[in-house]
Design a protein around this ligand. Structure first.
Ligand code: ADP
Length: 483
């Protein structure tokens, strides 16, 4: 099944340019969530291997930081081309370990390449300043320097593109990296190692370790050679990493949980709203941090919207991501399916009505039916907790003020969406929503050109945009006197 990808499927760690096993020889099985079958293994590395990877990255940094921005840009462009030349093979590998449809995997691989290209370009524009001096005999200069060794910890929902957003700017800025991919989906990240090696990144610039998350994480946080932690994942783990890395005062970038509201006003274009709703909710079977968690629909169009959303949801084709035409793959594991069922049971017990779906899918395993629930109320679990599954709860509201208040009633602040045909309302609501990203009449807004990131407990820092490289740079003020 994986013949096309075998070249990229590395069942080893990349440390200082060598593909190696764990010191203990122990491995972890990696399975295909669509059928539960083992795909292969990866090393179960721990603190010692991580320390060696950090030391390799540190040594490599001493020369990598001196390369020109143009030189790094050229290598990154080669990496972009290599990713695109192998888009199908990488997508197949991604679907096999992660579950999403091949269509979405191809999109993710394409997006990864696009981030690499963007940062290949941005790396050449890390301008400093020459500042007017208050002293006649001194000049003020501000320069930007790479921070040093970067630790990147990535999640299983976007095993390729989350890495692209971190490795792209890190390498472009002149940093080196130690990557720890999610245990469920390590092969897409290891494929990055193979590609980086192939296009000519020097040894030690990119290192990848798999294994015991806690042990690897602790070494990355406590080792003083690591200057920055960049993490995408759950809020509790993110908070812990911030706390631990405080001991050595590291820079941190955190892309944490979301609780995206999707507001539809009476004056919205309903066709667009339903289409956007399907994308914003069911992409990756609801397993993205920017997926809609709560739909708020104004009373005047509520019933029509629910009916149309349920009809569109019922049409989604569920199956193995590798099958033609499948739109909804399995959830990452059975635990995720059980958790999804818990959200549905809680809503039903509190008066919610299942409009479509609502139970584990007949395919079994971690498949769950795409679900719409009407009659959602603030006491239901999904008001506060991220669903991370294919369940669309719909709340009914009356006024603009009420919608904004409910939408903001969460400690998260990543993405939000709303649909309206009224320009004044568009501005009022946009300014009222405490979120890092807003889609107005759009349900899919991520792109390398724009700064992705949250406020409140959704995180710190931005990925993408011209802001995305700043987090990998230190600002140095230079005062030249005695002129
Ligand atoms: P998710 O819900 O996406 O699995 P996690 O925050 O658990 O979110 O996982 C995101 C990444 O963080 C994964 O690579 C995971 O292995 C890693 N991780 C989990 N626990 C720790 C930890 N204690 N220290 C460092 N990394 C961790």
């Amino acid at each position: 099944m994986l013949q096309k990808t075998s070249h990229f499927m590395r069942q080893a760690n990349l440390i200082n340019g060598e593909w190696v096993q764990a010191d203990s020889g122990q491995t972890i099985d990696v399975t295909n969530p669509a059928n539960g079958l083992k795909i292969g293994t990866v090393p179960k590395a721990g603190a010692a291997e991580t320390r060696r990877a950090i030391e390799a990255a540190h040594t490599a940094f001493l020369t990598w930081r001196k390369t020109s921005a143009l030189e790094r840009s050229k290598l990154l462009r080669k990496l972009h081309d290599a990713i695109m030349d192998n888009q199908d093979a990488l997508a197949e590998l991604l679907t096999t370990e992660q579950g999403k449809s091949l269509f979405e995997s191809r999109g993710e691989v394409g997006s990864s390449a696009a981030y690499v290209l963007w940062f290949a370009e941005e790396g050449r524009r890390t301008y400093g300043d020459v500042v007017p001096s208050p002293w006649a005999d001194r000049r003020i200069m501000v320069t930007k320097e790479p921070v040093g060794v970067v630790a990147a910890i990535t999640p299983w929902n976007f095993p390729s593109s989350m890495l692209a957003r971190k490795l792209g700017p890190a390498l472009a800025a002149g940093c080196t990296a130690v990557v720890k991919p999610a245990t469920q989906t390590p092969y897409s990240a290891l494929a990055w190692g193979a590609l980086a090696e192939e296009v000519g990144f020097p040894k030690g610039v990119v290192n990848i370790v798999t294994g015991a998350a806690g042990e690897i994480g602790d070494e990355l946080c406590f080792n003083p050679l690591v200057k920055k932690i960049t993490f995408t994942g759950s809020t509790p783990v993110g908070k812990m990493l911030i706390e631990k890395s405080a001991k050595t005062v590291k820079k941190v970038s955190m892309e944490l949980g979301g609780n995206a509201p999707f507001i539809v006003f009476d004056d919205a274009n309903l066709d667009r709203a339903v289409e956007g709703a399907i994308t914003a909710k069911f992409r990756n079977s609801g397993q993205t941090c920017v997926c809609t968690n709560r739909f708020f629909v104004q009373a005047g169009i509520h019933d029509t919207f629910v009916e149309r959303l349920a009809a569109a949801t019922a049409k989604l084709k569920v199956g193995s991501g590798l099958e033609d035409g499948v739109q909804q793959g399995p959830l990452i594991d059975e635990k995720a399916a059980l958790k999804t069922a818990e959200f549905v049971a809680d809503a039903k017990a509190k008066g919610g009505k299942v409009e479509t779906g609502g139970k584990p899918h007949a395919l079994g395993g971690s498949f769950f039916e795409p679900t719409v629930i009407s009659g959602a109320t603030p006491d239901m679990m999904f008001m506060k907790e991220e669903i991370f599954g294919p369940v669309a709860p719909v709340f009914k509201f009356e006024t603009e003020e009420e919608a904004v208040r409910l939408a903001n009633d969460t400690e998260f602040g990543l993405a939000c969406y709303f649909y309206t045909g009224d320009l004044g309302r568009a501005f009022r609501v946009m300014e009222g929503l405490k979120y890092g990203m807003v889609g107005i009449n759009e349900g899919l807004i991520t792109t390398p050109e724009a700064p992705f990131g949250g406020v409140k407990e959704s995180g710190l820092g931005k990925e993408g945009g011209h802001q995305g490289i700043e987090d990998y740079l230190d600002t140095k003020y230079v005062c030249i006197g005695g002129l």
